[in-house]
Every structure is written in C-alpha cells, then in structure tokens.
Write a protein that binds this ligand. Sequence first.
Ligand code: CP
Length: 360
Amino acid sequence: MPSEQSKTPRSFLTTRDWSRAQIDALLDLAASFKQRDPGPLLRGKAVALVFFNPSLRTRTSMELGAWRLGAHAVVLEPGKGAWPIEFTDSAVMDGDAEEHAREVARVLSSYCDLIAVRKFPGFQDWSVDRRDEPIKALARHASVPVMNLETIEHPCQELAHALALRERLGSLQNRKYVLTWTYHPRPLNTAVANSALLIATKLGMDVTLLCPDERYLLDERYLGAARDNAAAQGGSLTISHDIDAAYEGADVVYAKSWGALPFYGNWAQEKPIRDANRHFIVDERKMALTNGALFGHCLPMRRNIKATDAVVDSPGSIIIEEAANRLPTQQAVMATLLGAKPTGAPSGVPITEHKEIVHA
Ligand code: CP
C-alpha cells in the first residue's frame, strides 16, 4: 500500500497505487474545478484516447475535459479507425493484429503527452484477464503517463462516485455502504464492482458486499485490498448474501451486475443461476429498510432490471451527479499526471456559468 508521503504515481492505472492523501487531493482539485474554471491549464498538450470498447460518458467527458483545459484529444478505435493491436510479447502476429503495443505506445508517446485507454477483458479466461496485460503493456512501453478508462478496474468511475458521495454526505467515515450485485441478462465486467470496493474502503466506509452466494464474490485481489484499506482507514468490509440485513441502515446503495468468476468463459452454465437471482433488483421495499440511502450506479443501466424507475428517479439517486463528475475528476487526473495543478488565484469564470447540474 502506498504511504501518505508517496510521490505521485506516473500513471493512473489503479487507485491501489494512490494513497488516501493522493486520492483526497484529486477529489479536492476536481471540486475546485467545479467551483471555478481553471482555464487552459493544459494548453498545447495532446491526449490520445484509445477506445477498444463503446462508451458514452467516458469518451465525452475525456474529450470535453481535455478541450476545456486547452488540450487536444485524439480518439483512436483500434480495429475500427485504427489498426488492431497485439499485446502479447513474442507473439507470432499471424492473426488480425497489424501492430504491437510496443510500437503503439512509443509512437503515441512521440505525439502525445498522455495516453488514456479503455480495454475490457476478453471474458474467456479470468486467469488471463486478471493480469490486465493490455494496459500494463502500453504503460510499460509508453514514455508518457497512461490513464485507465476501464479495464478490469474503473478508477475514473471511482473518483466521480466518491465526489458525488462527498457532495451529498460530507464526511464518508464509517457511513454504511452497500455494493449490491444485481441481475443483468448478460454477464458483465467486474471492473466497477472491484473499483467500488476499493474506493469505498479507501474512504473509510463500512462496506457490505451483497451478492447471491459465494460464486459471485470478487477476485481475492480486490477483497484483500479492500480489507487492507478498511484496516488502514478505520472502516470495515462485510460479505453478505442476506438482502434485508444488508440494506438495513445503509447510507449508500451502489448497484452493479457482474459475471460469476467460477463460470468465467463458461457463461451458459452461469445463466440459470443468474436468472434465479432477478430479485436482487434495487426497489422501493429494499430502499425503505435503509437510512434514507443514496442510490448510485455507474451507467449505462437497464431500468426495471437493475433498479426500479421509482428508485432511479428518486431524490436520493445520484446517477446523474456521478456521471457529471466524470468530467472534473478526469480533468483533475490529467492535470495532476501532467504536473499542471493550478497554483495562484483562479483565472477562469465560475463553472456554473457553463452548465448547471439539476438534481432529479
Ligand atoms: N460509466 C461509464 O464508464 O460509462 P461509459 O461506458 O458510457 O463510458
């Protein structure tokens, strides 16, 4: 675990590399950007946004976030408008890939000041996917910072989520936080769930991971990191398969679906188990057991599958605030990685003149 005195990491691949103080500094910087436009902090800089998978929020907030700081963002979609990429060292490249991550990282580093990457796992073999090799390979061979836009973790989502919670609740210390598995017709990435555990425990919350049974537990790497965070920050981590007990007294309910790791790549076998757990939907009855809990989700989200309309549209729903916070939090990460933190008096205009966030 990084010490509170650690140097700022070169890249933003996982919040496990960033201390509590460093995360708090990113959140404070993002909050300051929301109060007052920092101006063209990154004037003349170039950012490569490498998207292997679809996105609405991440792509929009990264492009606009860079632009508002005076930087230029280039979006690349390997296999679509850019060449397919090989990541494995010593691979005999007789498949679809036309170039290797070794060249991609060094070429983009010669044009750009930062490389940001979205690359979902392959969903065939967790022992391979858990290595998170594609983004690590790019970070290894790049000579500029690399930012994770979702691989098997989603650290940018963590920051936006944390800022939204801080804005609503103030201190998060020992608040009861429930990460609940929900049904979805397809097995989804564990990234947001891994990340929710990491950030909620890093911020000292009392965290409950609620899931149908032990087959839906997350990788021990994340459970272990969450336990370490909880011990360091005075919070806790509890595993529960009891819906009502988990919701009782909760301050935050965060919903996410993910595929069961023991069935990874063998999803047809998981399907009946998943289908039998539709009742994990976040609904009004369950929310009535809480301490007036906030409801969060990373989006995109299937309504009335993961959560009912009444919950999604309730005053306690923070889904739009969290999505909106993607922009200032990612600006804070870009500015910090590029050493461009504002020092003097704010130079810009209040950001609310650009855009007012309306709570549902
Ligand atoms: N939450 C999130 O990352 O959204 P997108 O997939 O639309 O980028």
